[in-house]
Design a binder for this molecule. Structure first.
Ligand SMILES: [Zn+2]
Length: 295
């Protein structure tokens, strides 16, 4: 077997048990082996859902993830993530620009850009959400390939968060993102990564309950994102790591051995939390990785 990202034949099986299928507490009926490339660090499984496009368009998918296709429910779940996304992008690259967001859901992040961007291109496979996006006045498409037909080389900024880990072909995803960009345009793409601190503290408990899931065939590393971006023809490639989950979450996990068990002790908010997040990010051991690249 070879790594599907870098081609290396140094592959090891890092896990072989049931994995999460949808929201927390749902599992596959059979063990799913997870492989890791020792060269680029990518972790993946081959448990690919058939007709993946139909799957992501379906209400069944959102129900399995414990999320409906309801607009209001989407905002309740996702409005809180917008501040985090601005941590990755900053706020100074959007004014009077054409901005595309791939996999934007009902557009929680784009709503905040509406006041400054000149044009917004919303790409989202879920049909009920596309109706919402159209009503907001965004150019709306189910897939990037469709958006390219009208907006080839037109976008100044292409963002995408928590999407590339879902697709069959992440290298193709990056090539499509690049086609959307004008010369000099930039892309910012974020994805959960393997959180080595959590894995070394908690091992299989963490991997089984949260990290490994049917819906994420890929856990990409900074190295693999970088390689794919280079191959796609991007320049000025940069990788940054961010720790999304705070110290209260780690302690809760260690105490209860399960997700959503954050210890709520005010002592840990502020400085200690900032040190925890900063250290994870600075040592490339955080739970989220962001690719920055230009065309
Ligand atoms: Zn590899």
């Amino acid at each position: 077997m070879n790594c599907k990202i870098c081609g290396s034949d140094k592959i090891k099986t890092v896990y072989n048990d049931v994995i999460r299928n949808g929201g927390i507490g749902r599992y596959t009926s059979q063990p799913v082996p997870m492989y890791q490339c020792e060269t680029c660090g990518t972790i993946w499984h081959d448990f690919i859902v058939e007709n993946i496009n139909d799957y992501y368009e379906s209400p069944e998918y959102r129900a399995l993830m414990d999320e409906g296709s309801d607009e209001e429910a989407f905002y309740i779940n996702h409005d809180k993530e917008t501040l985090e996304k601005f941590r990755y992008t900053g706020t100074d690259i959007f004014r009077n620009k054409t901005v595309a967001d791939i996999g934007c859901g009902a557009g929680a992040f784009l709503d905040f850009l509406k006041g400054v961007a000149s044009e917004i291109i919303a790409i989202e496979p879920s049909e009920p959400f596309r109706k919402v996006l159209k009503k907001k006045g965004f150019y709306t498409y189910a897939y990037t390939k469709e958006a390219i037909q009208r907006h080839y080389s037109k976008a100044d900024v292409v963002t995408s968060f928590d999407v590339i880990e879902h697709v069959e072909d992440p290298a193709g995803f990056l090539r499509d993102a690049r086609e959307m960009l004008c010369d000099g345009g930039q892309t910012i793409i974020g994805t959960p990564t393997d959180a080595p601190v959590m894995r070394s503290l908690l091992g299989e408990v963490y991997e089984k309950r949260v990290l490994f899931s049917v819906q994420h065939p890929w856990i990409l590393s900074g190295k693999s994102l970088c390689q794919m971006a280079e191959k796609a023809g991007f320049r000025d490639i940069e990788i940054r790591y961010f720790q999304r989950y705070g110290i209260e979450n780690v302690l809760g996990w260690c105490l209860e051995q399960q997700p959503r068990s954050d210890v709520k002790v005010p002592f840990f908010e502020n400085e200690i939390d900032a040190v925890w997040r900063g250290t994870c990010g600075g040592h490339q051991m955080a739970d989220y990785v962001v690719l920055y690249a230009k065309k």
